[in-house]
Design a protein around this ligand. Structure first.
Ligand code: SAH
Ligand code: SF4
Ligand code: F3S
Length: 435
């Protein structure tokens, strides 16, 4: 029997798919890259914005034919969309050929749900409000060598007014530091070269009576040749201790992902972000004072309800003032059940579209400029993959910059020093410096 998994959404979901694969593997299934050849197809969904949902709807709908011609095919839907209020019933109506729906808190039940469905004609739906135990005991099938994702916490307590994550991922639950450290130790032993600590808000980690900076310190103190990165940090919980730990360890990436969302204090307050533009900028100033070469990346939303042209321009000016190396930019998408979705002053699509175009241009200009400044410099990348089209190996450096180079043998998982010869957008091209 063979499985195929399609994943939408954030790193958390990408890692969760590795766990879904782990569950299926332990039940004797093998991975299949072609959907048509699989006996079980799993959609691990995201609902952060409407287009994430539409994308999944399109792909699920397209399976109707396949299911008809192959009735034994099992179609399973999991992830954040399944967990949305009322969504499971909606999905059952819209796609009556779905066999199993499971939520974000009961991955460890997946095997028994599949078995249940084998003995029943009706769809099996199982959703829980919260995860029962922090540890799921699942051994993931890791797909992102040389990087390994490690959950340090689940859920979110922040309730940013636009965001559905707290509703579909439940309250914050931190894993114990012992479990995290032992997982990282064995990953390093197995040869993983970058460990990414994952949480919706890693700075509110509170496992084993430890705060995040202490955990990060301990992870980075593990011996071996590897890097440590983490995401995501919320500016309201950013601390001097965190900067001190980053500064102490050369293993920790010189790139902080610190979502700003907006440059306007009034919008930040409506978003329930609990910091001001000034506080945000003072955090970056502190970071750059202590670690001058550290880069900052961010997430930005345009078209939040009532956002004026001037307020949008404050986001534009923040890009420059904060000196972001790059940014993920989003058009605000109303999510049912969130506070912002029922606010007056929803912004028309044409207006948001114009704003996002201006923002993307501004971010890209800055990224391009920063890349161009790298030409002639040296950097060290961790090789992640081979790009067949470019006929190059590629990897990222400590600053999160993507570097490409040519080699006649497989280099994935190696640290390679490059002399940067060319920059194109966010991509850097270089020649290997052979010692
Ligand atoms: N926990 C992380 C990221 C969560 S989702 C954090 O707090 O940073 C990733 C990004 O999606 C967010 O940072 C935000 O910029 C964006 N996002 C979340 N909800 C959104 C919505 N309703 N519309 C548009 N963008 C949204
Ligand atoms: Fe959503 Fe805010 Fe939580 Fe991030 S911190 S997941 S944006 S509610
Ligand atoms: Fe991630 Fe999307 Fe869920 S961004 S937490 S998969 S809603």
């Amino acid at each position: 029997m063979k499985y195929h998994i399609t994943t939408y959404g954030c790193q958390m979901n990408i890692h969760e798919s590795e766990k879904i694969a782990g569950v299926l593997k332990s039940c004797g299934y093998d991975e299949e890259s072609e959907e048509e050849e699989a006996d079980i197809i799993v959609f691990n969904t995201c609902c952060i914005r409407e287009n994430a949902e539409n994308h999944a709807f399109g792909n699920i709908g397209a399976l109707k034919k396949l299911k008809k011609s192959k009735p034994s095919l099992m179609i399973v839907l999991g992830g954040c969309m399944a967990q949305e209020a009322g969504k499971a019933e909606y999905l059952k109506r819209k796609f009556p050929f779905i066999d199993v729906v499971f939520g974000t808190h009961n991955l460890n039940e997946l095997h028994s749900l599949i078995e249940q469905k084998r003995n029943s004609k009706k769809a099996v739906i199982s959703l829980r409000e919260e995860r029962e135990a922090v540890e799921d005991g699942i051994v993931p099938v890791r797909k992102s060598y040389p990087n390994a994702w490690v959950n340090i916490m689940y859920g979110c307590n922040n309730f940013c007014s636009y965001c559905i994550v707290p509703y579909v991922r439940g309250r914050e639950k931190s894993r114990s530091a012992e479990d995290i450290l032992s997982e990282v130790r064995s990953l390093v032993r197995e040869g993983y070269k970058e460990i990414t600590l994952l949480g919706q808000n890693v700075n509110s980690y509170a496992g084993s009576g430890m705060r995040f900076p202490e955990l990060l310190d301990q992870v980075a103190s593990i011996g071996g040749n590897f890097r440590v990165s983490f995401m995501t940090s919320h500016p309201k919980d950013f601390s001097e201790e965190l900067v001190a730990v980053m500064k102490k360890h050369k293993k920790i990436c010189r790139r902080l992902h610190l979502p700003a969302q907006s440059g306007s204090d009034r919008i930040l307050s409506l978003m329930n972000r609990r910091y001001t533009r000034e506080k945000y900028l003072s955090e970056i100033a502190l970071l750059k004072r202590e670690i001058p070469d550290c880069e900052v990346t961010t997430d930005l939303i345009v078209g939040f309800p009532t956002e004026t042209e001037e307020e949008f321009e404050e986001t534009l000016s923040l890009v420059k003032e904060a000196g972001f190396a790059s940014a993920f930019t989003f058009v605000y998408s109303p999510r049912t059940g969130t506070k912002a979705a029922v606010m007056d002053g929803q912004i028309p699509e044409e207006v948001s579209k114009k704003r996002i175009m201006r923002l993307v241009e501004c971010v890209n200009d800055q990224t391009r400029q920063k890349s161009a400044e790298c030409v002639g410099a040296e950097t060290e990348i961790l090789v992640e993959d081979f790009d067949g089209k470019k006929d190059c190996y590629l990897g990222r450096d400590l600053y999160g910059r993507m570097g490409y180079f040519k080699s006649d043998r497989d280099r994935v998982g190696e640290f390679v020093r490059l002399k940067i010869t060319k920059a194109n957008g966010i991509s850097l091209y270089g020649e290997e410096i052979k010692e």
